[in-house]
Design a binder for this molecule. Structure first.
Ligand code: GLA
Length: 690
């Protein structure tokens, strides 16, 4: 029996309603708040309100009638970016998808197939609403024709209501990632595209459309994220006469995905979240989804010391063991040896690709250091940049053909390095063998996996290869994780250049930014935290002045900033005064006490920034600029249970009085804080009062 009533998928207050009755793919009638129970008459009324009968409106305007199909094309009356397009030797860019077979509906998922027999294309569209109200959309396209079909785009898009009037997204650069930009949603396409072959320092973790003035705590917002580390696009589009849409997908180069007969292309997952409680509501849903993944790191996030800004390329056993002693003294739990341990790597011009320990610098291998670190109760991590090669390396000399390039057309160098063609099985095998050997020999607990250049002209035999490369790198990571189940991996790309849910499906942490400047970090972490829960964001106490900006900040402020992530230290602590070492020790103890809250709670933002669980919270009141008035203020502490009483105590930073109040009073009346100078902070710990 054909299913005629619309399907409602609802979870955690969010819903999507799809009309599955038509001759084409399911049509989205609604995406947003859960309207609650609907009877048959309500559902029919919903279809009627969306324009009713699709067939009779075929001569209508450029607006899909009866809801937005999952993969709209011109045949559906859609003149915006098509859901699907491609060609067969220059023919068939315009597809007409007729539904094939019954729509499969379960409690949380709708799956439908569509086919264009003439063009020789079959698609499968999948939309799933997870228990946290996040929609996950995936499509596949199969070439059913007799010759090659080239896929140009296969997008996920959903309609936005007219009250979504503003767009917020993020841009940035090396050392200053995720800077917000906001604009009205007018007619046209606001697209964020990356052709960098990695997610990008300027990539937006979310592209968000919202109601007028939506903020952290208030307003309705709709967001998209593409879980992919290669080329990608996210966009909001409104064309004259039609509903606006929010969409995205993999950004493919011409000819990049050419399917032979019977071959299939699958999109990365597009994540869509809706909230009527502003941005904090969006991150609440996304964080719950991220934390629910089986692979999510659940053990306490070890306080880390990374030696990069302490020693750079100057690897010296005595110096490093002395650092390890001090690290252990202040309470560090994981020691990470960064770049510089392999042959020829005295600076960044040589050595990448030769993944063996440099016998000139490390005559006994890394063993003396690793043993020293382990003897002090710390875990050991090592830096790699597997996808890269310096032309000045034994690997590049032995295998120039392994470089991702078309014969003599070598891409322009970047940090003196080229990219390895990881999609060649022999390259992936080489990398696996070398990394596996080192992980085994040194029982490595942790890899810092770096990626320090964009992929430019990434082509083999003239054929674009970012898609292939991205998939191959994912396979390599999966293979290593399978071989070494306890191994943790950090995704770094000159700081925060590869942060997305595709790479995070096979890594445990990101290096949020190369900037350890605490003032910039306040912003970078706040906005990265829209997508990622704090326990995934590496945040280190660096030196003052900060190496990337030259800006100075007090230790208390630097520590307060680093607390709100997966904390660490990246500083030559041998230069610290005794008082500084004592402060670091105190801070390390505090981090360990607070991390169950910081790494399980939900971030909130308002007068203060905080992380709130059901029975505790941590808030930071930070002064980022020069205040207009120097007087005490009241700040509200949101998110706690209204009727419960809490004790608020200052646990870090400048002096401040505590309070004992109900959650309601904390969220409405708040507590008093003293005036602070720029780059001062107070951290409050909140526990139930007994
Ligand atoms: C990149 C990383 C840094 C450091 C250096 C080493 O820039 O982001 O943290 O590892 O490479 O060369």
């Amino acid at each position: 029996m054909p299913m005629t009533e619309p399907v409602v998928l609802a979870a955690a207050g969010a819903a999507v309603i799809l009309d599955v009755s038509g001759p084409g793919l399911p049509r989205v009638l609604h995406w947003g708040a859960d309207p609650g129970p609907l009877d048959e008459a309500d559902l029919r009324a919903l279809v009627a309100a969306a324009g009713g009968d699709v067939a009779s409106a075929a001569d209508g305007p450029l607006q899909p009638v009866g809801g937005m199909p999952l993969l709209p094309t011109q045949w559906d009356g859609w003149a915006g970016r098509p859901g699907v397009t491609g060609d067969r030797a220059g023919r068939w860019p315009y597809l007409r998808l007729a539904r094939d077979g019954a729509v499969r509906v379960s409690a949380d998922e709708v799956v439908a197939e569509g086919v264009d027999e003439t063009a020789g294309v079959r698609v499968r569209a999948e939309i799933r609403l997870d228990p946290h109200g996040v929609l996950q959309v995936r499509h596949t396209l199969t070439n059913t024709g007799a010759d090659e079909f080239s896929v140009a785009a296969l997008r996920a898009l959903l309609p936005l209501p007219d009250r979504a009037t503003e767009v917020l997204d993020f841009t940035g650069r090396w050392g200053l990632e995720r800077q917000p930009q906001r604009r009205p949603l007018g007619n046209g396409t606001h697209a964020r595209e990356s052709r960098r072959g990695r997610t990008g320092h300027d990539a937006t973790p979310l592209l968000i459309a919202g109601t007028d003035g939506f903020g952290f705590a208030a307003g309705e917002a709709w967001a998209v994220h593409i879980g992919w580390s290669g080329g990608h696009e996210e966009y909001a589009e409104r064309i004259s006469g039609a509903t606006a849409v929010l969409g995205g997908g993999e950004l493919l180069e011409p000819g990049e995905v050419r399917l032979g007969p019977g071959e299939t292309y699958a999109t990365p997952t597009a994540y869509f979240a809706w909230s009527d409680q502003g941005l904090d509501g969006l991150s609440g849903r996304l964080h719950r989804m991220v934390r629910d993944r089986p692979s999510h790191p659940r053990s306490p996030r070890p306080l880390t010391l990374n030696v990069w800004e302490a020693v750079y390329f100057d690897h010296d056993l005595d110096r490093l063991t002395a650092l390890a002693d001090l690290a252990a003294r202040v309470g560090v739990e994981r020691f990470v040896l960064d770049d510089g341990w392999f042959p020829g790597r005295r600076d960044d011009t040589a050595g990448l690709g030769d993944w063996i320990v440099d016998p000139a610098v490390w005559p006994e291998g890394l063993h003396p250091l690793v043993d020293h670190v382990r003897a002090r109760g710390m875990r050991f991590g090592l830096w790699f940049e597997p996808e890269m090669v310096n032309p000045d390396s034994d690997l590049a000399r032995a295998h120039p053909e392994w470089i991702l390039a078309t014969e003599h057309r070598l891409p322009r160098p970047w940090r003196h390095q080229q990219v390895l063609d990881v999609a060649r099985p022999e390259v992936a095998d080489y990398l696996f063998t070398r990394i596996d050997a080192l992980v085994t020999e040194y029982r490595l607990d942790y890899l810092k996996w770096d990626h320090n250049r964009d992929l430019l002209e990434a082509a083999r035999d003239g054929v674009a290869g970012v898609h292939r490369q991205t998939a191959a790198v994912y396979r390599l990571l999966d293979r290593l994780r399978e071989a070494h189940p306890g191994l943790e991996i950090e995704s770094c790309a000159s700081g925060g250049g590869r942060i997305d849910l595709g790479i995070l499906a096979r890594t445990d942490r990101v290096w949020t930014s190369d900037s350890n400047d605490a003032l910039d970090r306040q912003q970078i972490q706040r906005w990265t935290g829209l997508l990622l829960p704090p326990e995934l964001m590496g945040s280190h106490v660096g030196p003052s002045p900060a190496h990337t900006t030259g800006r100075s900040a007090g230790l208390a402020f630097r520590c307060a900033t680093a607390l709100f992530g997966h904390a660490g230290i990246e500083w030559d602590v041998s230069t610290c005064t005794e008082a500084e070492l004592e402060s670091l020790t105190e801070w390390a103890t505090l981090y360990k006490r607070l991390r169950p809250v910081l790494h399980n709670g939900r971030p909130v933002h308002g007068d203060v920034d905080g992380v709130v669980t059901d029975d505790a919270a941590v808030f930071v009141y930070a002064q980022l600029d020069n205040p207009a008035e120097l007087r005490p203020r009241r700040v509200r502490l949101p998110g706690l249970a209204a009727d419960r009483r809490y004790e608020v105590t200052r646990c870090w930073g400048e002096e401040a009085a505590g309070a004992t109040l109900t959650g309601r009073a904390l969220a409405t009346v708040g507590i008093q804080v003293p005036p602070l100078r720029p780059e001062q902070a107070i951290v409050f710990e909140v526990r139930p009062s007994h």
